[in-house]
Design a protein around this ligand. Structure first.
Ligand code: SDX
Length: 432
């Protein structure tokens, strides 16, 4: 189905509001998801719909990712996430999401070369890091630096002038965001930045820039590289989540790619979204400090008088296991065993999962571990600091954000996103 128009509707639905009845076309997706096309609702009835949190509202037609939340299914361009995580690299999955197919050997060579040759940032941008407080959260730095790319690379910001540059811009952003992420870490610990090396692949270069020093080359461990590769793949896209919807909304005003992605980074930062992986570890660490008993947090999470939520649990879409959480838990067990790490946070996490999955409160609300529940334990084992966890999520999610921004831009019928509202404020009043 072309994203710019749905299949000719074979079905319609009647909506009667007040004394008016309208016929709405029914849109049917590839997997038989159904939607009412209510584009004419307001003009024909004067009514709008209200849907807090957009739980029942499709904002677009998309060909990128499919999720079946009831059955724990996640596919990128039709390919199950389990197969991609097992058999492909993050760069190949990024190509799949953005360009719609896994790269051939030639395409992979060209794409990798583009990423390697565009991974440096303007030296004056490096100086900007020196003016940020070392205590600044890396997500603040990342968002600021990504939008600043449009100042240092104006030729890449204006696609209206250089429409043919889209592949170059995409490669530049994929390459540079990884460099910016590593630089923000180095600056936060007061160490000199480490330049990327041509001989390294995407993930290897990231770990090199994060952990090498001017005197020591970081010893790359295949299991560690593999774990990060898989974590990035598992985070690469997730249809209309909060941050991706943000990227689409900002992009719908024809804001440039850097500005749209910078907005997505800010949306991801929230603890209810991508910031949950940091919040999970902080929760687990506090339980370990308090003696390692999971029961108390479970009771707090169930107590309606307590605003505490079990971080890393629950999901708007998955009402069954998050398929990514299953894979991440396996990576976690394997990597900690390989590295010989016995992390009490992992023991507590498994305790929480075991208790929660037998507890009626969680069962009735279909609350399962989500992608963030175990991911932080892997990152911690590798030596990535807690405040960098959501940056890793952003690195993983970048291809998805780009793919959605590009899909929307390539859809001729795209309109600027502008929801309605229902005004419930003060009636008219006049001033002297
Ligand atoms: C991500 O959308 C995506 O795809 C996101 C993501 C992606 O890849 O982009 O998957 C990444 O953001 C994963 C989610 C990370 N966030 C967390 O782990 C934070 C903790 N989880 C929750 O805050 C919550 O589960 C959300 C935000 C994830 C989902 O919230 P919803 O869909 O708005 O659900 P809700 O708030 O309406 O909750 C329904 C019920 C409520 O209880 P009742 O009012 O029915 O009695 O479930 C309860 C909630 O109180 N509930 C929880 C809970 N999550 C929901 N209770 C305790 N602990 C929790 N974690």
């Amino acid at each position: 189905m072309d994203n710019s128009q749905s299949k000719q509707p074979s079905e319609t639905a009647e909506i009667t509001v007040g004394n008016k009845t309208i016929l709405c076309p029914v849109i049917t997706g590839t997997e038989n998801e159904k939607a009412l096309d209510i584009s004419q609702l307001r003009s024909k009835t004067g009514f709008v719909t209200y849907d807090d949190g957009f739980s029942n509202t499709a904002s677009c037609l998309s060909s990128i990712t499919y999720i079946d939340g009831e059955n724990g299914v996640l596919r990128y361009r039709g390919i199950p996430i389990e197969e991609l995580a097992e058999k492909r690299t993050f760069v190949e999955v990024a190509h799949l999401l953005i360009f719609g197919h896994l790269p051939s050997a030639d395409e992979r060579g060209v794409f990798s070369k583009l990423l390697t040759s565009n991974c440096m940032i303007h030296d004056n941008m490096v100086k900007l890091f020196d003016n940020l407080p070392s205590s600044s959260h890396p997500m603040a730095t990342l968002s600021a630096m990504v939008v600043t790319l449009s100042a240092y690379y104006p030729e890449l910001s204006n696609l209206e002038i250089n429409p043919g540059e889209i592949n170059q811009i995409i490669a530049e952003l994929l390459a540079k965001l990884r460099t910016l992420a590593a630089y923000s870490y180095k600056k936060s610990i007061g160490e000199p930045i480490i330049y990327p090396k041509r001989k390294y692949r995407y993930v290897e270069n990231f770990l090199h820039m994060m952990f090498s020093t001017p005197v020591d080359e970081y010893p790359l461990d295949k299991e560690v590289v593999d774990a990060i590769e898989k974590i990035l793949i598992l985070h690469a896209d997730h249809e209309q989540n909060c941050s991706t919807s943000t990227v689409r909304l900002v992009g719908s005003s024809k804001a440039n790619l850097f500005a749209s992605i910078s907005a997505g980074i800010c949306a991801l930062w929230g603890p209810l979204h991508g910031g949950a992986n940091q919040a999970v570890i902080e929760m687990l660490e506090s339980i370990v400090r308090d003696g390692g008993q999971a029961k108390r947090v479970i009771e707090r999470a169930k107590d309606k008088k307590d605003s505490f939520r079990l971080m890393g649990f629950g999901h708007r879409i998955y009402k069954n296991f998050d398929p990514r959480a299953k894979i991440i838990k396996e990576i976690c067990d394997k990597l900690l065993l390989k590295l010989g790490i016995n992390d009490p946070c992992l023991d507590v996490a498994k305790q929480i999962e075991e208790i929660a999955l037998k507890d009626d409160y969680f069962i009735e609300r279909k609350l399962y571990p989500n992608v963030d529940f175990y991911s932080g334990i892997i990152l911690r084992a590798i030596g990535i600091p807690t405040n960098m966890f959501t940056v890793i999520f952003a690195m993983g999610r970048l291809p998805g954000w780009i793919a959605h921004w590009k899909e929307q831009r390539d859809t001729p019928t795209t309109k600027i996103g502008r929801p309605r509202q229902i005004y419930v404020g003060a009636p008219i009043k006049h001033i002297e």
